[in-house]
Structures are given as C-alpha cells and as structure tokens.
Design a protein around this ligand. Structure first.
Ligand code: C2O
Ligand code: CU
Ligand code: CU
Length: 516
C-alpha cells in the first residue's frame, strides 16, 4: 500500500501552502499552446534527395502566471512555455527535433540521491525528451539513461509512420523525470492523417488541446514538490490541490454553440481524473472519439470518463443546444475549466460520423508468447523503505522482456498492490484484451494463480489502440501487441512518475528474429 503522500515538511524550510479554492474562479482565459514553427529543413535519412522539417526546441527556466491574483511561478518549459508548443506531424512525413538543454545548472526541486540514476555524483540537472506514443528508432526514443546536461542538445528523428493520434512529449531523465515534468517539461504532439481529415472533425479554433496537471503551491505562488524528509525525500505519489489546465487554474473558454474537439492529455505525475461536463446542475453528455493511439472504431457516448497519468482522450462536446449557458469540466466534484457558450442558435455543421476508423482486433491466438508480469511493492532493506517492481526486477537487472521483432505477445499484468498502475510500453501500440480478478494473497503465498470471476471486457473508450493501460488492483490486465517497427532497447513502466522513479520501470528489448 502506498504510504504517505503528504509532505512532512520537517527538515525543509516551512512554506505556507496556498489555498487554491480561495482564489476567484474563471477569471483567466484558457491559454492555447502555439503551434511550433519549423526552423529549417534537413535531408531525409530514408529518402535520398528529399528533405524533412527540422524544429529546434529549447528547455528553459520561465515564469508562468497560473492565476490573475498570483505572482508568476517559476517553472521549466519547452520554449519557455508550460505546456510546451504543439508539434504538428503528418503520418508518413518524418521530422527532426533538436532538443536543446538550456536549463540552469541547479535543480529547484528536491532530488533524492538514493534513487537509481540520481546519485550525488551525477549532474543535478539532466534532461532527455521522449515523445510518448511515438514509434521511433531506439536512438531517438529518449532512453532514460541518454540524458544530457545544460549546454548540450540532441537531435531526434521521428518517422511519424503511424496513425493520427494525440501524442505528447515529456522529459524522461533517469532518477529526476518526475521533478522535471513537475517543473513543466511536457507538451502536445499531434499526428494527423488523411483518413482523419476525411471525417471533417472540428478543426482550427474548434479543436482545443487540454493538458491537465495538478500541483501544490506555496502562498508565495511557487511550486512545492512534497518531500518525506531531507535525506530520502522521495514520496510515493503527488496529488496537488490545484489542477491547472494548459497552465491556468480554473480558466474559462468562450465557445460557439457548436461541436468542439477536445484533445485531453493527463500530464499529471500521479493523479487519475474522473472527468465529466456539467451544465447547470445537470451532466452534459459527450462523446469519446479517440484514446491514446488514435480514433476509436465508433464514438462512445459518455457522461464521465477516467483518465490515468499519460492516458489521452479525444472528446467531442456539443454546445449546439446550450447557447447562452455555461458548461464546466469537472474532476469528480472539482471544477477545472468553464466553457461560456455564446448566445444564439446552433451553428449548422455536418453530423459526427457514426464510424471513425477500422480497428481490427488482434486475436489472442495470434500471440507467440504470453508473459506473466507482476506489479508489486517490497520493503527494501538497504533503502529503508518500499520499492515498486515490475516482474520482481529492479531497473539495473538484465533485460527479461525480449520480444522478437514482428511477433505478437500477450502481457498479463498481475497487480499485487492496492494501487492502480497505468502501465506504458514505449514503441508499440496495443489492445486491451480483458481484466480478470485473481486471488492475490494466494498467489503471493504459494505462487498459484487462482482466477476469480469472469474476464471483464475493456471499456468503450479502450476499444481503440492504446499505449498506456490502467492495471487495477487484484486484477490481471491482459494486453496484446505486435512488436513491430524497430529492434533495440526501449522501456516499459508505470506512468505514476513517483513509482517509475522508484524501480517501477524496466528495459525491454525487441530482438531481430533468429533465422531458422
Ligand atoms: Cu510517457 Cu516512458 O513515457
Ligand atoms: Cu512513452
Ligand atoms: Cu504505479
């Protein structure tokens, strides 16, 4: 069980907390991240004689105004923005990004030197960028140990050989990823394609990126990252009482009486949201049209939906009959974002298509291998505290997951803990097969697997391609993936960043097929 998530501020200088509820609601307009402009072109490594767009993105310390009545907050952002600018990609057209580390030499959040990769002999500030959900060669994927210090940069090649989807980029530096992301190092990356264009979904001003991230603030308006004590500051989870939407606390957005497409990304360290829209006192129904790796087969009509860290939801909200009203996006009972619908009749527009994209189900029988992989927590004698493990292995142990290139595997994620773990695999997209309850006590005592009850089918919003899945406690969550694209070393991990930092991350290696 995850112990204390609350800061015991003992040896840290005491900072009075901010009470975000006391601030006025809906006084700041929702910021919309800018689309990043291409800086140059470079030769296409795959097609001689052709060129690809080249972008340059600098990580910089910055000041963000999260609320009208707060002083600016120190953060770190790509291009000095939190969230960073939108990277727009087309399927089949690659691009380059030079990620430049222009951060200061000292970190402003509490590093825990007992965590793997964050030892005192390492530079305090290290960064490496991963595009979450991108199918890329291993050298461009942002392997956690491929970090570099301030003053250096790295250029990655993104082939974009994948379906239109809501991807996002974020820091992944070993041992401090949770701090770098908490500081603000993330942004949206949209892949588009002709099939999606043909659906005539809301575009331009009617398509809104919505990045959610919760934070704790001091009364001085500065970020607080909780600490469990001076020598071992690691905490098992961080749940802030201020949820920012695109970097603002409870902003508003003026909308027309028509449909909008919201590209929702959970960029929080630990928090899972239960999202709903409320108009007056009534829930406003909405449709989910896509998840992590692109469009669903058909829109799913919902009144609420769960979104764990790193999961994405592509939503259509219809304000057409709500002229003059307000609609508020909620997390459970907490208000996040207000939509102010302009007066007037519904804007005439084409109906939402009833089918979106063919998603061929991979049959379980296609799998060459099934891996039983535990998610567990252990007391660690040397570290004097708990560690969280995948397949009972620490980060530094030899690779154990070695799928063959182009083979299909089932990964059965056996959650032995009391927490939900959003499990993410780099490189591949997968489908959720099912979830089935099992007797965890018996399994831990005897190693015997006793299933309980029938398998539960994935939710409607999980019927498309995914790259992050909620593994529920006492359940086996089965996913199926084809390990295609590239051979090489990648990672899989829990996307609760505090868990990933404390051993809940493992390498996996796609190996070239052995010739018979
Ligand atoms: Cu969102 Cu390993 O990544
Ligand atoms: Cu990823
Ligand atoms: Cu976890």
């Amino acid at each position: 069980m995850c112990a204390g998530t609350v800061a015991s501020s003992a040896p840290e200088p005491f900072r009075a907390p901010l009470h975000p509820d006391a601030l006025a609601s809906f006084v700041d307009p929702l910021p919309i991240p800018a689309v990043l402009a291409q800086a140059a072109t470079r030769p296409d490594p795959l097609r001689p004689g052709e060129t690809l767009p080249y972008y340059r993105v600098a990580m910089r310390e910055t000041e963000v105004r999260v609320h009208r009545d707060l002083p600016p907050t120190r953060m770190w952002g790509y291009e000095g923005a939190v969230p960073g600018p939108i990277l727009e990609a087309r399927r089949g057209r690659g691009l380059f990004v030079e990620w430049v580390n222009e951060l200061p030499a000292a970190h402003f959040l509490p590093i825990d030197p007992s965590l793997h990769g964050a030892q005192a002999d390492q530079p305090q500030v290290r960064a490496v960028v991963h595009v979450h959900g991108a199918k890329v060669p291993p050298e461009s994927d942002g392997y956690p140990e491929d970090w570099y210090p301030p003053g250096r940069s790295k250029t990655s090649h993104y082939p974009n050989d994948q379906d239109a989807a809501t991807l996002w980029y974020h820091d992944h530096a070993m041992g401090i990823e949770r701090l770098n992301q908490y500081a603000g190092l993330f942004g949206p990356y949209f892949v588009r394609d002709a099939e999606e264009d043909a659906l005539a979904l809301p575009r331009g001003p009617y398509e809104i990126p919505v990045m959610l991230f919760d934070r704790l603030f001091g009364a001085d308006g500065q970020l607080i990252y909780p600490s469990s004590g001076a020598d071992l500051p690691w905490v098992s989870e961080v749940n802030g009482d201020a949820t920012l939407v695109n970097g603002k606390l409870r902003p508003y957005l003026d909308v027309e009486p028509r449909r909008y497409r919201l590209r929702v990304i959970n960029a929080s360290n630990s928090r899972t949201y239960l999202l709903s829209f409320v108009s007056g006192a009534k829930p406003a129904p909405f449709q989910q049209i896509g998840s992590d790796q692109g469009l669903l087969p058909a829109p799913a009509a919902l009144t609420s939906m769960m979104l764990a860290p790193a999961e994405r939801a592509d939503l259509i909200v219809d304000f057409g009959s709500l002229g003059g009203a307000t609609v508020v996006l909620h997390n459970q009972t907490v208000e996040l974002l207000q939509f102010r619908v302009a007066n007037g009749p519904r804007v005439r527009e084409a109906p939402l298509p009833s089918t979106l994209r063919r998603v061929a189900r991979i049959p379980a029988s296609a799998a060459a291998k099934t891996r039983m992989l535990t998610l567990s927590e252990h007391r660690d004698r040397t570290k004097r505290r708990m560690v969280m493990l995948l397949n009972d292995k620490h980060w530094h142990e030899p690779v154990t997951e070695t799928p063959e290139l182009d083979s299909v595997e089932i990964w059965s994620l056996m959650n032995l803990t009391e927490d939900v773990h959003p499990i993410h695999l780099h490189l591949v997209r997968f489908q959720v097969l099912d979830r089935q309850s099992f007797d965890t006590d018996k399994y831990m005592a005897t190693g015997k697997l006793v299933l309980e009850g029938p398998p539960v089918s994935p939710e409607a919003g999980e019927m498309g391609w995914k790259d992050t899945v909620r593994a529920h406690p006492t359940f086996i969550t089965r996913i199926i993936a084809k390990f295609e694209g590239y051979a090489g070393r990648y990672v899989w991990h829990c996307h609760v960043l505090e868990h990933a930092a404390n051993e809940m991350m493992r390498p996996f290696e796609v190996v070239a097929r052995s010739t018979p």
